[in-house]
Structures are given as structure tokens and as C-alpha cells.
Design a protein around this ligand. Structure first.
Ligand SMILES: Cc1cc2nc3c(=O)[nH]c(=O)nc-3n(C[C@H](O)[C@H](O)[C@H](O)COP(=O)(O)OP(=O)(O)OC[C@H]3O[C@@H](n4cnc5c(N)ncnc54)[C@H](O)[C@@H]3O)c2cc1C
Length: 355
């Protein structure tokens, strides 16, 4: 009798054997990151989000325990795959979707700017046969790692249009321009090759459009998915505790183990609350917001615990505690909304004054 492993077991085995030993290299070397990403593709793990949301969240938590850069890169591609799967544009779907699970095609996203208040950074105007796009894209992860990306731009009435773009500096047939910046110099996830882009009079043909979303869609979507980015923070907190535990095993200092035990109990409680709140309508938005802030706070404290337990070595760029501490920084801001920012700061400022 053959026993089939679940995608999560397959992922865990792959991450443990192939990613954990080179997590620090993957953090700053984009070729190592590319190989690790393609390894997920070899196990057909790159469209889990499109196939099964609940399973994907567990995967997201697991992968960020092993490598923040890989977790972050693959999530952009998985977002693109989920959008593709929901698109009514059958031709685009048939062209891309079958190749996404194994990474034969690799797609990023650039639409977090739709959350920004005031004048939309990326604007769209309907023209015959499609849309003309103009503006600035503040974040697109995956330059040279992905071959295209899904761009979100806003029409004058607040409707958002999502369409396919090449992931390289290019000109369209009418002289429109897409100009990418060099990779941003970032403190964490340097290997993910995150860039910005200027878009001038770019023609997005109707056949490259995935879908339109009504005004305020991004706002509602961010509220519905407020826990989504929190699963990264849970995995990052676990990564910090793994380092603390290793230090406890190496050093004869009982407080290391007792600190681990205390934080481990808290992380388990936070995880349980996350998984119990997953279904829509189970927990109010306000309570889910507090849970997200709790996970962000835990990632910060567990990674700080890893630093403290590692001593001066934690200041070395090659120390895992250093990497995980920087990754916690990213999870404090990724997918951030005004509400998430406020909940994060409220939690930080709610402690009583005491020595
Ligand atoms: C390393 C890295 C890689 C990333 N890669 C991608 C990617 O590939 N694709 C992608 O789409 N995104 C990406 N992001 C963006 C990310 O998900 C978040 O959206 C981002 O970190 C939030 O930062 P921001 O500066 O863009 O925030 P903003 O969106 O500018 O602000 C956060 C919140 O604060 C509020 N706010 C901001 N300014 C004001 C103001 N002046 N007045 C009132 N309220 C305000 C906004 O309402 C918003 O909800 C990446 C981020 C990082 C750090």
C-alpha cells in the first residue's frame, strides 16, 4: 500500500533538508533563492494558495520558520496564481495557470500601493481596446526571478484594474514605457530583488486584463485578510524560538530554557487563536486586528530573545539570530494598513511603567 504525503509534509521535508542548511545564503544570494524557489516548484508547491487557502496558511507559517526570503518570494507568486485562478479571462488563465505550480512561469505582483490614501500612485484611464497606465509602483519583488507581474492601477471612479506586465524595463508598441529601478538596498530579504517602477503612457490591452475590482475593494480585502500576513510573523516567532532553544542546549544557563518555555506557551496560544479565527465571521475584525498585532509583537520578542541568547555573535551578519531579527522587521510592515499600524503601536504602548 502506498501512503501519499500531504503537501505540508512534503514541504516540511524539503525545507528541513534543503533550505534550513543554507537559509543565511538564501537571504542575500538571489541565485540561491532562485534554486530554493524552483525546489518548491519541483514539488508542485507553488499554487497552494489557489488550490487550498487553509493549507496555504499553514504552509506560509512553516516556510517562514525556515527562510524569510523564500517565504516572501513565493507568496508573491502564490498571490499571482490565486488571482489568475479567479480571473474570468480564460485565455490568460489557460496560458499561465498550468505552468505556475512548478515554476515554469514565475509571476510577481505590484498592487499594495492601492492602499495608499490621496492621489493613487498608479492611475488607469479607459482607452479604445484597453487602458492607459501612468504612475509609480513602489514595490515589486522578484526582479530577474520572475518573468512578469500583475499590476494594479486605479481608474478615476476608484475601480481597480489588474493586468499583466513584463518584468523588465520595456517599451510598448505605442511608445509607452515601463522603467524599473535597480534592486532596493534593504536591511532584510536582500536576495528578493525588490524594485520600484515608473510607468509612462503604458497601453494595457483588454486581453492582458485579469479583472476589475469595485471602488474600495483593496480596503475591504485588507480587512477580510487581516490575519493573512500574521502567519509569516508566527513562523518567524518560531524561528526565533528555535535559535533560543539551541542556545539553551549549548549553554548551561537555566533561564534560557525557562524563557523558551514561557514564549513557546504564548506562541502556541497565539497560533491557536489564529487558526480558530480563520473562518470569516467567527471573530470580529477588531479582535482579528488585535491577533495580528499579537503575532507581530511575538515575532519581535522571540527574535529579540534569539539575539539576547546568542550574545555578541548575534551581531554578525551571518548569524541566524541576526537574519530572523531583520525578518521580524519586515513582518511588522508587510501588508500594513493604517489599522494594523495603530494596533501594532497600541500593543507596544500598553505595557505598564515598571522596572
Ligand atoms: C521588502 C518588501 C517587499 C515588498 N514587495 C511587494 C510586492 O512585491 N508587491 C506589493 O504589492 N507590495 C510589496 N511590498 C509592500 C508591502 O506589502 C506593504 O504594503 C508595505 O510594506 C507597507 O508599506 P508602505 O510604505 O507601502 O505603506 P503605505 O501603503 O504607504 O502605508 C501603510 C498604511 O498607512 C496608511 N498611510 C500611509 N501614508 C499615510 C498618510 N500620509 N496619511 C494617512 N495614512 C497613511 C495607508 O492607508 C496604508 O494603509 C513589499 C514591502 C517590503 C518591505
Amino acid at each position: 500500500m502506498t501512503v501519499t504525503s500531504s503537501p505540508l509534509d512534503i514541504a516540511e521535508r524539503y525545507l528541513d533538508e534543503c533550505v534550513a542548511p543554507q537559509a543565511n545564503l538564501i537571504d542575500h544570494d538571489s541565485q540561491a533563492l532562485q534554486r530554493a524557489f524552483m525546489g518548491l516548484g519541483d514539488h508542485a508547491l507553488l499554487t497552494l494558495r489557489a488550490d487550498n487557502q487553509v493549507l496555504f496558511r499553514r504552509f506560509q507559517e512553516t516556510i517562514s520558520r525556515y527562510s524569510g526570503a523564500l517565504a516572501f518570494l513565493q507568496t508573491q507568486h502564490q498571490s499571482a496564481a490565486a488571482m489568475m485562478a479567479r480571473s474570468p479571462n480564460k485565455t490568460l488563465k489557460e496560458e499561465y495557470l498550468p505552468d505556475l505550480a512548478r515554476g515554469k512561469r514565475r509571476v510577481g505582483v505590484g498592487f499594495s500601493h492601492l492602499r495608499r490614501p490621496g492621489t493613487p500612485p498608479m492611475q488607469a484611464h479607459a482607452v479604445p481596446g484597453g487602458y492607459q497606465l501612468q504612475g509609480f509602483i513602489p514595490w515589486i519583488t522578484g526582479w530577474t526571478l520572475f518573468d512578469s507581474f500583475i499590476l494594479g492601477a486605479m481608474l478615476p471612479d476608484g475601480t481597480s484594474v489588474f493586468g499583466m506586465m513584463p518584468f523588465e524595463t520595456s517599451q510598448d508598441e505605442q511608445g509607452g514605457e515601463l522603467r524599473l529601478s535597480p534592486p532596493l538596498e534593504m536591511a532584510a530579504l536582500t536576495s528578493t530583488q525588490t524594485v520600484t517602477a515608473e510607468v509612462k503612457q503604458w497601453f494595457l490591452a483588454d486581453d492582458q486584463v485579469l479583472f476589475l475590482k469595485p471602488p474600495n475593494w483593496m480596503h475591504h480585502n485588507s480587512q477580510t485578510n487581516v490575519l493573512h500576513h500574521g502567519f509569516f510573523a508566527l513562523g518567524c516567532a518560531r524561528a526565533g524560538l528555535d535559535i533560543l532553544n539551541q542556545a539553551a542546549e549549548r549553554k548551561n544557563l537555566p533561564f534560557l530554557k525557562s524563557s523558551w518555555t514561557r514564549l513557546d506557551e504564548e506562541l502556541q496560544a497565539c497560533r491557536q487563536a489564529f487558526f480558530e479565527s480563520e473562518g470569516e465571521g467567527v471573530t470580529s475584525y477588531g479582535d482579528r486586528l488585535k491577533l495580528r498585532a499579537w503575532a507581530i509583537d511575538l515575532a519581535g520578542r522571540c527574535s529579540y530573545g534569539a539575539v539576547a541568547a546568542s550574545g555578541g555573535a548575534a551581531n554578525s551578519l551571518n548569524h541566524p539570530a541576526q537574519r530572523v531579527y531583520r525578518e521580524a522587521l519586515v513582518y511588522a510592515v508587510s501588508g500594513q494598513t493604517e489599522d494594523v499600524m495603530e494596533a501594532t503601536l497600541n500593543r507596544l504602548t500598553s505595557a505598564e511603567f515598571c522596572p
